[in-house]
Design a protein around this ligand. Sequence first.
Ligand code: ARG
Ligand code: ZN
Ligand code: CA
Length: 322
Amino acid sequence: MKKLLMTLAVASLLISCNKEDSTSVNESSNQTASLAGHRGCYSHEHLEEQLKADPTLAQRMNDIEVHTAKTAAAIETGRIVNGVLEIPVVVNVLYRTTAENISQAQIQSQIDVLNKDFNAQNSDYNTANNPYSSVRANVGIRFVLDAVYRKSTTKTSWGTNDAMKKSTQGGLNPTSPTTKLNLWVCTIGGGILGYAQFPGGSSATDGVVIDSKYFGTTGTATYPFNLGRTATHEVGHWMNLRHIWGDATCGSDLVSDTPVHNAANYGVPAVGHRSTCTGTPLEMYMNYMDYTDDRGMYMFSNGQKSRMLAIFQVGGSRASFR
Ligand code: ARG
Ligand code: ZN
Ligand code: CA
C-alpha cells in the first residue's frame, strides 16, 4: 500500500508542474526552452535533486500524500462544505404504541434543533445578560437526515443496556455507524431522557438513545424537555463532551473556558447563580452540558467546540465521518 501510494505520489508530481512546457523533462531541454522564450518551471528538477540528496524526503512527501488523499476525499464527497462538516443521521424508531411511532415531522423537528444549536442559530443564542456571551461558540456541524427505520416491538421500556441497538434483542442494529450518526428513539424508562456512547466505544453500539417523549419539538415532545435539547446534550457527549460539573463535586469537564460547578443544575437557575467551588465563579448553567430544563440551556463554549472538532480531524477517533 505504502509503495503504491509513493508511486502515485511521484507520478502525480511528474505531471503536476510542466503544463506550460511538457518538453522540459531535464535540465538541458529546460534551458533550451527558456532560451527559446518559453516559460519554464524548474520545481520538478529541483525536487529530484533534493530527493537524491536527502533520502528521508521521500518518506515525508509520502506522509503528506496519505494525509492529502484522506482529506481531499472528504472534500470531494461533499461532507465538508465551506468548512462545515455534514453528518448523516439515521433515526431508528422502536415502538409498541402508536404514540411511540413518532411522526416524520417530529423527527425533522429534532434535526432542525440540532442544526440550530450547533450553528449558533437557536433563537435563544442571544439571550440578554449572558455573562458568558464572549465564549459562545458556533460549532459549525450540520446534520442531514439520511434514513428512518421503524420497528414494531412488544417492549414497554428499553432501559440503558443497549438492547434497542441489537436486532437479536428486538432492537435495530446501527446503519453504517462509522460514517453516520445513529439515533434510537424509544421509551427508555427510569426517568432517563437519553444517553450517548462516547468516542472510543464499539461501533456496534455507537450512537445516541433518546426517549420519544423528549425528542424534537412537536408531536409527543413533553415540557420541560420539549425543545429538542436532550439530543443536543447527548450528541455533545457523542462528540466527547463531559458534563459541565465534571461528574464530581467541583469536578473538571476537561474544558478550560467553562467554570467549575459544584454539581448539576436543574430547572432554570436564577441569573447570577454562583458555584461554591474555589473562587465562587458564576456558573455556566446555560450550557447544553448542564442538566437544566430545555428552555434554560442555549450555548456551547469555544473550548467545548475545540474538543468536539478534535475527534473529527484526521487521526481523530471519528475521522471516518469526514
Ligand atoms: N442524560 C441526561 C438525562 O437523561 C439528559 C439531560 C438533557 N437535558 C435536557 N434539558 N434535555 O437526564
Ligand atoms: Zn449527560
Ligand atoms: Ca471547565
